[in-house]
Design a protein around this ligand. Sequence first.
Ligand code: RTP
Ligand code: MG
Length: 141
Amino acid sequence: MKGQITLTMIKPFAVKQHNVGQILSDIEKAGFHIRALKMTQLPAEKAEIFYAEHRERSFFPQLIEFMSSGPVVVAMLQKDNAVADFRQLIGSTDPSEAAEGTIRRKYAKDKTRNAIHGSDSDDSAVRESRFFFSSMEEFVY
Ligand code: RTP
Ligand code: MG
């Protein structure tokens, strides 16, 4: 399974803009199988754990405030070469630098309100998937 999994979150701004359906559609059309899916809201303490690697960065407080500001839609996705292919589908962190047709180019507002998260490695994908989902919430169909 490792190498075939990535974890995504549709971030609060995109959820509030009612872009969940279109973003999930883009993801499925790009060949990703939705293995698990839920809507939830992260308390700040949980967002701090999820983004712990950025704890020392200047943007960390802003990131945590934003990520806990409203509901997120979380999905565990399956595809060959999932992590790299998904980061290509979503585009650069800063949407003004994201390629035409990418999810961030289409739905993001700025570097904080950048619409969507994608795991940065296979190890992160497994850790992040376990953070949100139990094995009973995971499906191959
Ligand atoms: P993500 O983890 O959310 O998928 O984003 P990413 O890999 O493209 O970017 P990462 O370096 O992991 O940063 C996590 C989130 O922090 C915010 N950020 N702000 N102001 C800044 O310079 C800055 N740098 C990063 C972004 O919202 C980014 O998604
Ligand atoms: Mg990241």
